[in-house]
Ligand binder design. Structure first.
Ligand code: 0X9
Ligand code: ZN
Length: 354
């Protein structure tokens, strides 16, 4: 007999049986109330990075760190949910602002940093978390203090929390990019960086659900991108945005979906100047996003076109999606400097032209 009883209650038992045993038990009059494969049972307990990459933060650790940062800095930080993912996880947003907390509007110029649009780009969560930790650790430095007092800073480190968890949940990386929407054909995921409503799905994106660049059934069909849309539409004060991705050592600016330069020459010059200011710290290559490849429906084109936000994509370093833990400290240090530079111009990005 292949049975392993784990728990005996008054009217039921739970444990492990070989699937062939189920019929034998049924014959004896037992009723199976619930069952799952031993594989699914094990999955419930894995859900984490491989041991060598344990320094990366999974969703639970990300949530805990954000809560700790907010709890330890109540005069500066507040944590709130910007919406829910497909699977119902909270999309956490840490706000740094010495006067307004939570969802309360602010008229101070705003900056928004987002990580982990793409599931397997775990370094992007680390950089966003590292930025949050740095700003709070240095809250009494003269320059940082000024930004915390005069700006409205938002950090959403793990937009695609479902995808990030899905990528690690077997204990081995799955190379997953998209969210975890179950599509009509049962394939998994929509590419969140093709789901924004800007020239949606007209180039560099696919209508095929199995594609890694599947744009979804409609613009903003996904709760994660819809959360960003609502977030930005509710906060007209946001002037700058950084979306962290990996990997290519690049700093990209609109257009992503058109291979011609931004029509507004003044804005194009601002983008170029700001990019130059940031890459001085990272050593990344600044270029128009479409120089990498033309792709429509990304965060930055939409944010710039609809809200006039100076929105950038950073393609972090590391030479791969899983560059190990050794890269984290350096990537955080340099990208924090670039992010602080972006804060230094958020009050009036056009000042770089003067
Ligand atoms: O393709 C993307 O969404 C980004 N690259 S990634 O390897 N992280 O997936 C690039 C987005 C910028 N847009 C364009 N290059 N068009
Ligand atoms: Zn990406």
């Amino acid at each position: 007999m292949r049975r392993d009883i784990v728990e005996i209650k008054a009217k039921s038992v739970s444990g492990f049986v070989h699937k062939a045993e189920l019929a034998v038990l049924a014959e004896k009059g037992y009723v199976v109330e619930a069952k799952m494969t031993i594989y699914d049972y094990a999955l419930q307990y894995l859900k984490d990075f491989p041991p060598a990459d344990a320094a990366y933060h999974n969703y639970k650790e990300t949530t805990e760190l954000l809560n700790t940062l907010a709890a330890n800095n109540p005069e500066t930080a507040s944590l709130f949910s910007a919406g829910k993912t497909v699977e119902g996880r909270d999309i956490w947003c840490l706000r740094l602002n010495t006067t307004e907390k939570g969802g309360k509007p602010s008229s101070k110029p705003g900056a928004l940093y987002i990580g982990n649009h793409h599931a397997r780009e775990h370094l992007s969560n680390e950089v966003a978390l590292g930025l949050a930790a740095y700003l709070l650790e240095h809250k009494n430095d003269a320059d940082i203090k000024k930004y915390l007092q005069t700006l409205d800073i938002y950090i959403i480190p793990m937009l695609n929390a479902d995808g990030a968890e899905y990528d690690i949940k077997t204990g081995k990386y799955r190379w997953h990019r998209k969210n975890t929407r179950i599509n009509a054909d049962k394939t998994i995921g929509v590419d969140l960086n093709r789901n924004y409503d800007m020239r949606w799905c007209t180039a560099g994106a696919s209508h095929s659900p199995y594609s890694d660049t599947y744009c979804g059934t409609a613009p903003f069909s996904e709760p994660e991108t819809l959360a960003v849309k609502k977030f930005i539409e509710a906060r007209k004060n946001i002037k700058t945005l950084m979306s962290y991705h990996s990997y290519s050592d690049l700093l990209l600016y609109p257009w992503a979906g058109l291979d011609t330069p931004l029509e507004n020459e003044k804005d194009r010059k601002v983008f170029e100047k700001l990019a130059k200011g940031m890459v001085a710290f990272t050593g990344y290559k600044p270029e128009q996003a479409s120089d990498l490849y033309v792709a429509t429906g990304d965060t930055t084109d939409w944010a710039y076109a609809t809200a006039g936000i100076f929105a950038f994509t950073t393609e972090l370093e590391g030479g791969g999606f899983y560059p190990g833990t050794g890269i984290i400290a350096r990537a955080v240090t340099n990208n924090v400097k670039a992010a602080v530079y972006l804060l230094s111009v958020t009050d009036d990005p056009y000042k770089v032209l003067r």
